[in-house]
Design a protein around this ligand. Structure first.
Ligand code: FAD
Length: 525
């Protein structure tokens, strides 16, 4: 029987992050991945046509570049072929009156853009930027610390001392607001309010969900200050560089190898069994880059867990689904609004209430009449992704129900399977973009649609097409993620660890859970 110190189940970026830290420290590490490529929700390739490289799912790598893992391994990733493209026009919104609101990293250009909607909002924007610059040096590091921990407590205390206790309390009061309360308390124009709201709904914070203000605040400001980064040549180049550095430390990755169960002996994880029947021993630990629904009760026998833990794990809640529409275009998107042609992301809701409505529809099982669209123009910033003169378009549709029971517009009739309706719904999506970019349809060379079911087929962590592997609402975020009492990557089974988007600090390419779990594990072996 093959034997390793640590076996990692799943080559998502967190599984790879854990493997990297452990292999570097001299442990013998094996990563097993069920799919033909590593990366999980971070994958790219020629999806629609030869020569057109699409990020299948994740694209914005800002969190990754801010991670502790990147600080430690970044130069090695670069040597292994990873490179970055930064858009200095990160995002913007399109509106039905033909106007757009692009945000640039250049202050004057952004202020000019906002001024066309409200002079007062320019001043508000400036003060928000100043607020972000004051608090972000204390807030972002919290996302790379275990919770709860002394280090986290010390970082909070330092924040209180540096910012002042009243200022710190004001900050937390802001972060705990709903996205709508946050934007309405700051901006007067409905366009500026609409500009920030979609960032909350990249997670599952609809406009009226408490605690959702954190994300519109941090992401809108971080992308304005730093620009938005993507991986040159596609996000798989980032993942490939991680694998290459892992190999250089002696770590091994096996693709097309699905783990069917974790072997447990006398209450301790001792290895894994694959679907082809191979058994691989893990002397020190098994790290599962897998969501609770799959780990507790499927990969590991439910009877091995305390009843209370198992009951709590079954309550872990997934958010609504996401759909992806990928297009190969013969020419750039013909936006009506000037200034959007170079925005890396264009959000089309268009307004706050549209996002609220899309959430309500999908939570009730209805295909939304008009979902939030995140329109990604990656090839504008990375010309290696397309043949001369052409473009890719990456459209994230937020949100759709995992199992549609009806259609808010009463046009599409769901019959129990997304496979039958995904093309009809993708037509609705294209029609919506066409209203803001007349003539788009005539430029489409090819299209590939991923329904929520397709997302889950490719990566079982995306339960029901939930792109964030579990709701981030307050009851299952921070120290409650994934289960109250178990936010530090251990499980009730000795030697079995859990990392990934379903654990703190949640979804996104933050590489934090893999990195933190590996560090903690090293302290124990
Ligand atoms: C459409 C979409 C858009 C997104 N956009 C962004 C973005 O722009 N920026 C951003 O920061 N984040 C984005 N995210 C979120 C981000 O991609 C994810 O949160 C992140 O990739 C999750 O990483 P992970 O380490 O949890 O592993 P995952 O990506 O979930 O990967 C886990 C891996 O484990 C494998 N696996 C599971 N079970 C087994 C088994 N039994 N045996 C072997 N292998 C197994 C899976 O095949 C998969 O490869 C997006 C997500 C989606 C879906």
């Amino acid at each position: 029987m093959a034997e390793y110190d640590v076996v990692v189940v799943g080559a998502g970026h967190n599984g790879l992050a854990a493997a990297l830290v452990l292999a570097k420290s001299g442990l013998k590490v094996l990563v097993l991945e069920s799919q033909a490529a590593a990366g999980g929700a971070a994958k790219s390739g020629e999806l629609t046509r030869p020569g057109f490289i699409h990020d299948y799912y994740a694209s914005n790598i800002g969190l990754f570049l801010g991670s502790a893992l990147y600080r430690e391994f970044g130069s090695e990733f670069m040597k292994a072929g990873f490179a970055i493209d930064v858009a200095d026009q990160a995002y913007g919104s399109a509106f039905p009156d033909g106007r757009g609101l692009p945000i640039y990293t250049m202050a004057e250009a952004t202020e000019e853009s906002i001024r066309s909607f409200s002079e007062r909002d320019v001043a508000t924007w400036k003060s928000l930027v100043q607020e972000f610059q004051e608090v972000s040096p204390y807030l972002f590091p919290l996302l790379q610390l275990p919770i709860p921990s002394w280090a986290f407590g010390r970082a909070l205390f330092r924040m209180g001392r540096k910012l002042g206790w009243v200022r710190t309390q004001e900050l937390f009061s802001t972060l705990l607001k709903s996205p709508r309360q946050f934007v309405e308390s700051r901006f007067e124009s409905k366009e500026m309010q609409a500009l920030l709201i979609p960032w909350g709904y990249h997670l599952d914070f609809a406009p009226d969900t408490a605690g959702g203000a954190t994300f519109p605040f941090l992401e809108s400001m971080a992308d304005y200050v730093n620009g938005m980064a993507i991986a040159h040549g596609g996000i798989s180049r980032l993942v490939d560089s991680m694998v290459s550095v892992l190999n250089s430390y002696g770590g091994k990755l096996l693709l097309n190898t699905e783990v069917s169960s974790v072997m447990v002996n006398q209450g301790r994880a001792v290895g894994v069994r694959t679907v082809s029947g191979d058994e691989i021993r893990a002397k020190r630990a098994v790290i599962a880059n897998v969501t609770p629904r799959l780990l507790f009760g499927k990969l590991v026998d439910a009877n091995l867990f305390p009843t209370r833990f198992l009951a709590k794990s079954k309550q872990f809640r997934y958010g609504p689904g996401t759909m992806m529409v990928h297009l190969a275009l013969s020419a750039p998107v013909p936006w009506t609004a000037g200034g959007l042609e170079r925005s890396l992301y264009v959000h089309i809701a268009p307004y706050v209430d549209d996002v609220a409505m899309a959430d309500r529809d999908s939570q009730s099982g209805l295909l939304p009449k008009s979902p939030l669209l995140v329109v990604g123009q990656q090839s504008v910033w990375d010309r290696t992704r397309v043949p001369e003169g052409s473009e890719t378009l990456w459209v994230q549709v937020r949100t759709v129900p995992a199992k549609p029971v009806g259609d808010a517009l009463q046009q599409i009739v769901p019959r129990g399977s997304w496979d039958d309706i995904k093309d009809a719904y993708a037509d609705r999506v294209i029609e919506k973009i066409e209203r803001y970019a007349p003539g788009l349809r005539s430029k489409i060379l090819a299209r590939v649609v991923f329904s929520p079911t397709d997302l889950e087929r490719d990566n079982p962590n995306l339960v029901g097409g939930d792109s964030v592997s579990g709701s981030h609402h307050l009851d299952q975020f921070y120290l409650f993620r994934p289960i109250p009492g178990w936010s530090r990557y251990r499980t009730p089974i000795a030697g079995l660890w859990m990392v990934g988007a379903s654990t703190w600090p949640g979804a996104g390419l933050n590489a934090a859970s893999g990195y933190l779990a590996a560090r903690e594990l090293l302290r124990t072996v």
